[in-house]
Structure formats: C-alpha cells, structure tokens
Design a protein around this ligand. Structure first.
Ligand code: NOJ
Length: 470
C-alpha cells in the first residue's frame, strides 16, 4: 500500500498545493512501483488547523484540491491499473467549523467546567471553553478539533453515512484515523499518573498520564467498531491506533488490520527490531510502516545509510506494508516551513514529492506550499532504471513480496547488529549495526540492498534476501 499526502504529491494547476488531478497524473508511477492500493490522506474541506484532519465536510472535496468527480476519476484510473483506493476516514472529531458544531452541538462532548485532567494528544488541556456558550468541549487533538460523542446514535449513523457515501463513489476501503479515541470512559474520570513510560513519542504533560480513561476504553470499543464494519461491509479497514502492539487485539476483532507503531519507534538495533517484528507478526493481520506524515522519516531517524535495510525489512514482513510517498526514493526530512505550517512540528515529513531534479522537483510550476528539499539529490526521474537506486530496490522488493509465503520464522539477532529471519524458502539477512557482519544464507540472493552486496561481508545498512527453493 502507498500513502499519499495529497497537498504534497503533485500540483496540477500551479497554485503550489498538490491536488487530486496531480495524483491522477502520477498513477503510472504507482503502477510502475507495483503497489496494490493507495491511501489518500484527507482532501476534504478543512480550515487546515491540522493539515486536513480538521474536516468541515466529510463528504466534500476541498476546492483547492479538486472536485468529487476527481475522486471518481482517480478511483477509476487506479482500478484500471489493478489498484485500490483507500480514503482517510476521520470519525472521532470534526473541525470546529463543521456546521454540526453550531447546528448539532449535542453531537459533541460538553461540560459546564473541565470535569477531569485529560490532556490533548498534542499537549495542553483536552477541554476548551466555547466563547459563544461559555461551556467546555472535549478535544483529543487541537482545540479546533472537537471530539464527536460516539455514544450517540445520530453520530454513529452520520459517520456510517460517510462510509457508504464514499463506497458509492468507487472507493475500496479506509484508513481509520485515531481509533484509540473513539471510546472513552463514560464517566469522564481522571487519567491516573503513569507508572511505566508510554513507548511512543508524546508531549511531556501527556506522557505524565496513563490515557486509560481518555482513550482506548476497551469496554466501549465493540459497538462503534461494529457500526463502522457494518457500513463498510467487507471493504478493507485499517485502523490507526496509537497504542502498543499488545493492545491492538480488541480493534482487530472488527478491523482488517491495524498499524504496528512499534516498528516506527523501535531503536534501530537488531534485538529491538526482532522483538517488535515477532510481536507484530503474531497479530495475524498487522500493517507495517516506516514513515508517515506525522513523524520524522525513516532515513532521518536511523540514518540514510540504513534506509535500504529498512526497506527490505518493511517489504519482507508478513501482513500489509505501507510505503509513505517519497520513502521509495529515499527522501529525508526537510527543513519545514518558515514560519512553520504545522503547529505540532510535522512539516519536515510533509515536503513535496520529488519527481525530477528541477528546483521545485517537478511538483509544481508555482511556489510550493512547503519548499522542495533536495530534488537535485534524489528524484524519481533521477533514479528510474538505475539498478543501484533506492527506487529500483523498492520495485524489486515489491515484485518479490508477492512470492513470499508463510509467517515469520527463526528470527535471530546478534549483538553486532545482524538480523536474520525466514519466511518459507526465503531468508532475510540485514546488518543494522555499524561494523561488517557475515550472514550464512542458504540458496541464491534474489534481492540485495544494492548490486554486488555479498552476504558473507555485509556492511552497515546492507542486506540480502536469499531463496533456497524446495
Ligand atoms: C492522526 C493523523 O495521522 C494526524 O495527522 C492527525 O493530526 C491526528 N490523527 C488527528 O486527526
């Protein structure tokens, strides 16, 4: 699967902002890459307090990004090439500018005064005072994103309507946003202090509390998730649940898959990565990702010299793999906007896709909303057809992926950084360490991080997949 952040993928009209027609113009890149589906981050009308995740009309299209007809055209173009289209469903909150906030305030969570110590995911209190009514509303993210009250049948029905609407437009499924926020403790009781640290990044005031009441209220999960499932029928639903792997089970009772965030945040050591992939692989239907629009890119987190090994890992694990746009050409974090576009500091991972070595990377003929990072260093045109490129490695891995069978077996990690595992006939050996390692892999090398890589002398960041048929 391939994640597109539409504002940063391809601009078709020169206004400096990526749009749906831009995506349409680039479907051949996706087909060449060999992905099976595209997940489009939000393109809905939005005041852009949270990069489009603050939606003011869940069944509309932001006119800056296109029209409903463009969504249909994109679905058709992808289907014609054998690919599916997943949209981003954001069921737990709306924009504060959504008409419901004024016309149906009862659909949100209100109190006369902040009733508890809950914190918003980006830091600060999760309750803000509405200037017009003087009452306080709950927001799990920015104050511009009031939480919907999923205990109300009208909220459930409205969101089911959103799902059915887009399925009727030819869409094949959804990535479902922030699902750990769909069910909260009904008595709105305080979150307790944390005794053990949360394993993923959080602002300090959030990290001080255990979000067991403000989110991930397991007793309340089945109903809303079943409602989404019943609206989606058998279509693919992958959940964004910002929780450790061990807590994803109740979500997977209703969803097709859930992201394994542990892979994003594992220290890049063979033992740590081995533990994370073994835990994730036991989920049966994990979705793996190395990067997305919310966090530093994989190459910037672990070092550019390790990003090919990371690509081999991502694309040889059992389950579903998501590639974030630009990772397939080894893009790194950019400097961000000046002033920053995102209040939570996520510009770095949202710089425009680099199609060519032009100063604007072929992204726009205008001024890009975030500057191009380094198109002269890495671009699709600069890498296409070059066997030693990151792009050709991704293509080879995606081709290989469909031939890999079975679960993860015999995972071993040595203290020097060598990670080895098997899937059926295939053995994967990756050097995540800093020194040279020797890997004894049976059979013939079918994909290597670069041409000529020798498993007997794997340098840092190098790796192979070898196959021994029979
Ligand atoms: C997760 C999305 O990926 C992120 O970009 C957004 O800020 C939050 N959910 C809130 O919708």
């Amino acid at each position: 699967m391939y994640q597109i952040y539409p504002r940063s993928f391809q601009d078709s009209d020169g206004d400096g902002v990526g749009d749906l027609r831009g995506v349409l113009a680039r479907v051949d890149h996706l087909a060449e890459l060999g992905v099976h589906a595209v997940w489009l981050s939000p393109f809905y009308p939005s005041p852009l307090a949270d990069g489009g995740y603050d939606i003011s009309d869940h069944t509309g299209v932001d006119p800056r990004l296109g029209t409903p007809a463009d969504v249909r055209a994109l679905a058709d173009a992808l289907h014609a090439r054998g690919m599916a289209l997943l949209l981003d469903l954001v069921p737990c909150h709306t924009s504060i500018e959504h008409p419901w906030f004024r016309e149906h305030p009862e659909r949100y969570v209100w109190a006369d005064a902040p009733p508890n110590n809950w914190r918003a995911a980006f830091g600060g209190p999760a309750w803000s005072r509405d200037g017009r009514t003087g009452r306080w509303y709950l927001h799990s993210f920015f104050p511009e994103q009031p939480d919907l009250d999923w205990r109300r049948p009208d909220v459930v029905e409205a969101m089911q309507g959103v799902v059915r609407f887009w399925l009727g437009e030819g869409v094949d499924g959804f990535r479902v946003d922030a699902l750990d926020r769909i069910a909260k403790h009904p008595d709105l009781i305080d979150d307790p202090s944390r005794t053990a640290p949360f394993p993923f990044p959080q602002p300090p005031d959030v990290a001080a509390l255990d979000q067991r009441n403000s989110s991930h209220w397991v007793a309340g999960l089945a109903e809303p998730l079943e409602a989404l499932r019943s609206a989606a029928g058998g279509r693919f639903l992958v959940g964004e649940v910002y929780r450790p792997t061990a807590e994803l089970g109740p979500y997977l009772e209703h969803l097709d898959s859930a992201f394994v965030f542990e892979l994003m945040f594992a220290p890049w050591r063979a033992d740590a990565v081995a533990a994370v992939v073994e835990r994730g692989a036991r989920l049966a239907r994990p979705s793996w990702m190395l990067s997305n629009h919310d966090f530093s890119r994989i190459g910037s987190r672990i070092g550019a010299h390790q990003q090919r090994a990371a690509a081999v890992l991502l694309l040889t694990l059992p389950g579903t793999a998501f590639i974030y746009q630009g990772d397939e050409i080894g893009m790194l974090d950019g400097p961000g906007g000046d002033p920053p576009e995102d209040r939570h500091g996520r510009d770095g991972a949202r710089h425009p896709m680099q199609w060519s070595a032009d100063p604007a990377g072929g992204f726009t003929t205008g001024t890009p909303w975030l500057p191009a990072s380094d198109p002269s260093m890495r671009s699709v045109a600069g890498q296409r057809g070059h066997p030693a490129s990151v792009l050709e490695l991704y293509r080879a891995l995606i081709r290989l992926r469909s031939t890999l069978k079975g679960g993860l077996e015999t995972v071993t990690a040595d203290p020097g950084g060598l990670l080895v595992y098997r899937r059926g006939d295939a053995t994967v050996a990756l050097n995540l360490g800093d020194g040279e390692r020797r890997a004894d892999v049976p059979g013939r090398v079918v994909v290597a991080t670069a041409p000529g890589v020798d498993p007997a002398r794997l340098g840092p960041g190098q790796g192979v997949v070898a196959c021994a048929p029979g």
